[in-house]
Design a protein around this ligand. Structure first.
Ligand SMILES: Cc1cc2nc3c(=O)[nH]c(=O)nc-3n(C[C@H](O)[C@H](O)[C@H](O)COP(=O)(O)O)c2cc1C
Length: 325
C-alpha cells in the first residue's frame, strides 16, 4: 500500500506512531519502524537535549529503518529550551520531525536547511492551511476524537479530512480515533495518505508502560475519556480516572479556574510515575475515544500487519464489489 507519504518518508506501510509524552521511547519507536511504520521519539520525554541525542543513538541501535522525533511546543509548568532541543534534532542527523502544539514557523529555517521533512499536527483546517503556507511538508490532521490536545473547535475527522481533501495541496495523514483497518481504509477514502495513531500504540507489547495501564485501556470503552482544561482553553483528552474527575470538579466551580489549583494533580512527573508503577490514580494520562476499539495487546508488528491486511481486504473485496456489481 504505497502512498505519497510512504514514498516521501521511505516507509513500507502508511502508519505513523504519533509523539507521546513518556511513551515515545526507543523501545516503541524502533518496534513501529521495524514493523514498517514510522516510529517517533518524543523529544520532551528526555530531560535534556543531550539525553535526546543519546535516545536517538539508542533507537539507531534498535532499528535501521527511518524514525522521527516529535517536538511539542505547548505551555508547560517548567520553561523548556525548545531551541536547544531543535538544534539537538538537527545535530543528530534525524531527517523527519513531527511538530505539534504551536506554529512551528520559528524552527522551520533550521529544519529545512538541514533537509528535514516536517510533519505538523493540526486540529483545524485553518491551522492546516497555515502549516502548508509556511512550508511544512505533511499535515497530521488531528480530529476531536484524539488523545491529547484536540483544540477548542470540536470538529471530528469526518469533517476535517474531506475539508483537507478540498483545500490542501500537500499530503496529510488522519490522526485521532484510528485503531483498525476500517479506520485506515476510511482515512484513505477521505484523501489521507495514511494514519497516525497514539492510544492504539500505547496498548502494544513494546509500549514502555506498566501492564496495568495497558489492561485498563483494554477494559475501557469509548466513553472513558475526559476533556480537561476546557476552562483554560487548552483542552486535553485524557483517561477518565479519579484525578481527571477531580480536575473537572475544580474547573466546574464558579469563577475563573486557576491553574495553581489543578497543578498538583496534573504534574508531568506523576504521569510518568503512573506509567512506570501502574497506579492508575497517580496522575493523568492522554487517551482517545479509540479506547472503545481496543481489546487486545498485540506486538507492533502484529498490529500494523493486521491493520494493513484488514484495510486491503475492505478495499479490494467489499468496496470493490460494491462498484463492480
Ligand atoms: C499517552 C499519550 C501521550 C501523548 N503525548 C503527546 C505529545 O507529547 N505530543 C504530541 O504532539 N502528541 C501527543 N499525543 C497525541 C498523539 O501523538 C496522537 O496525535 C493522538 O494520540 C492521536 O489520537 P489517538 O490517540 O486517537 O490515536 C499523545 C497521545 C497519547 C496517547
Amino acid at each position: 500500500m504505497q502512498t505519497r507519504m510512504t514514498e516521501m518518508l521511505g516507509i513500507k506501510h502508511p502508519i505513523i506512531q504519533g509523539g507521546m509524552q513518556w511513551g515515545g521511547l526507543a523501545e516503541l519507536a524502533s518496534a513501529v519502524s521495524n514493523a514498517g511504520g514510522l516510529g517517533i521519539l518524543t523529544a520532551l520525554t528526555q530531560p535534556t537535549p543531550d539525553d535526546l541525542l543519546k535516545e536517538i543513538e539508542r533507537c539507531r541501535g534498535m532499528t535501521d529503518k527511518p524514525f522521527a522525533v516529535n517536538l511539542t511546543i505547548l505551555p508547560t509548568i517548567k520553561p523548556v529550551p525548545y531551541e536547544e532541543y531543535a538544534q539537538a534534532i538537527v545535530d543528530s542527523g534525524i531527517k523527519i520531525v513531527e511538530t505539534a502544539g504551536r506554529n512551528p514557523e520559528p524552527y522551520l529555517p533550521l529544519f529545512k536547511d538541514a533537509g528535514i521533512i516536517v510533519i505538523h499536527k493540526c486540529t483545524s483546517i485553518r491551522h492546516s492551511l497555515k502549516a502548508q503556507k509556511i512550508g511544512c511538508d505533511v499535515v497530521s490532521v488531528d480530529g476531536f476524537e484524539c488523545a491529547g490536545h484536540p483544540g477548542e473547535d470540536d470538529v471530528t475527522n469526518m469533517i476535517l479530512l474531506p475539508l483537507a481533501a478540498r483545500r490542501l495541496k500537500i499530503p496529510y495523514v488522519a490522526s485521532g480515533g484510528l485503531g483498525d483497518g476500517m479506520g485506515l481504509a476510511a482515512a484513505l477514502a477521505m484523501g489521507a495518505e495514511g494514519i497516525n495513531m497514539g492510544t492504539r500504540f500505547m496498548v502494544t507489547k513494546e509500549a514502555p508502560i506498566h501492564d496495568k495501564v495497558k489492561q485498563a485501556m483494554v477494559d475501557a470503552s469509548e466513553l472513558d475519556t475526559s476533556l480537561i482544561y476546557r476552562t483554560l482553553r487548552n483542552t486535553a483528552r485524557v483517561f477518565k480516572n479519579s484525578v481527571a474527575e477531580r480536575v473537572l470538579e475544580i474547573e466546574s466551580r464558579d469563577g475563573p479556574t486557576s491553574f495553581e489549583d489543578i497543578q498538583p494533580l496534573v504534574q508531568g512527573v506523576k504521569g510518568r510515575e503512573l506509567f512506570e508503577g501502574g497506579d492508575l490514580d497517580k496522575g493523568i494520562w492522554s487517551a482517545g475515544m479509540v479506547l472503545g476499539l481496543i481489546d487486545d495487546i498485540p506486538t507492533c508488528e502484529e498490529l500494523i500487519t493486521s491493520i494493513v491486511e484488514e484495510a486491503e481486504e475492505i478495499i479490494s473485496q467489499r468496496l470493490n464489489q460494491l462498484v463492480s456489481a
